[in-house]
Design a protein around this ligand. Structure first.
Ligand code: PGA
Length: 250
């Protein structure tokens, strides 16, 4: 049974007071939701205060990145055990913005994932193709390689995959539901090749311009196990609606 997972990725947004004010508005609205996992990934600076606010609620805390070393002279970095200590249960690794702007590679994704799992965190591992790669017909070659390299020597339990086509992130262009489903089922197929039946228990999330308007039809696709939401997760009312998606045929 794959329990749907809806994630707010706030990226570099919200001060501590803003984060707490969001939580104050959001938590009462979602407190009765069962059968869905809900996750918020604020910036590092708001993790600890958010952990206090989310305690005892049905909303879990995630970080947006982690470094792979345990401790030492790595100015500016945050380790997996520090995230655990701050109250995180999950961490997002390999987001395309990190690959694009901060030199993240499948190799660093692999090291970070191993470090996070070792510290007892669960990992949302992001993969996805650029527009040029899609236009060149290389989508599944790219996602397949990202999976294989990113997950090298790693067991699938504790891993959630997020398929985020780069061309759909923050652009307002969402993958068509059939396009997203095609990618998800292909990713599950690749996971089956690598892991056998465990692939059927692994959640695959879609990310890229998910909104209250398109979440219902996206979530109606059979291989869609949740959403990773950026822009539309910044306002409580919008993220509440996304968390409360109802599957529709469209
Ligand atoms: P978006 O971002 O919803 O703003 O497109 C999604 C993501 O990058 O996780």
């Amino acid at each position: 049974m794959r329990i749907p997972l809806i994630v707010a990725n706030w990226k570099m947004n919200k001060t501590v007071p803003e984060a707490l004010s969001f939580a104050g508005e959001f938590l009462p609205e979602v407190k009765d939701i069962t059968g869905r996992d809900i996750l918020i990934a604020p910036p590092f600076t708001a993790l600890l205060s958010m952990a206090g606010m989310l305690k005892g609620s049905n909303v879990l805390l995630s970080a947006q990145d982690v470094f792979y070393e345990e401790k030492g002279a790595y100015t500016g970095q945050i380790s997996a055990s520090m995230l655990k200590d701050a109250g995180c249960e999950f961490v997002i690794i390999g987001h395309s913005e990190r690959r694009q702007h901060f030199g993240e590679t499948d190799g660093t994704v692999n090291k970070k994932t191993k470090a996070a799992l070792k510290a007892g965190l669960k990992v949302i591992l992001c993969i996805g193709e650029t527009l040029d790669e899609r236009n060149a017909g290389r989508t599944f070659e790219v996602t397949g390689a990202q999976l294989k390299e990113g997950l090298k020597e790693i067991d699938l339990s504790g891993i959630v995959i997020a398929y985020e086509p780069v061309w759909a992130i923050g652009t307002g262009v969402t993958a068509a539901p059939e396009q997203a489903e095609e990618a998800h089922s292909r990713i599950r197929e690749d996971l089956r090749t690598l892991y056998g039946r465990q692939a059927d228990e692994t959640r695959i999330l879609y990310g890229g311009s998910v909104t209250p308007e398109n979440v219902d039809i996206l979530m109606a696709q059979p291989d869609m196990d949740g959403a990773l939401v950026g822009g539309a997760s910044l306002k409580a009312v919008s993220f509440v609606r996304i968390v409360k998606y109802k599957k529709t045929g469209g």
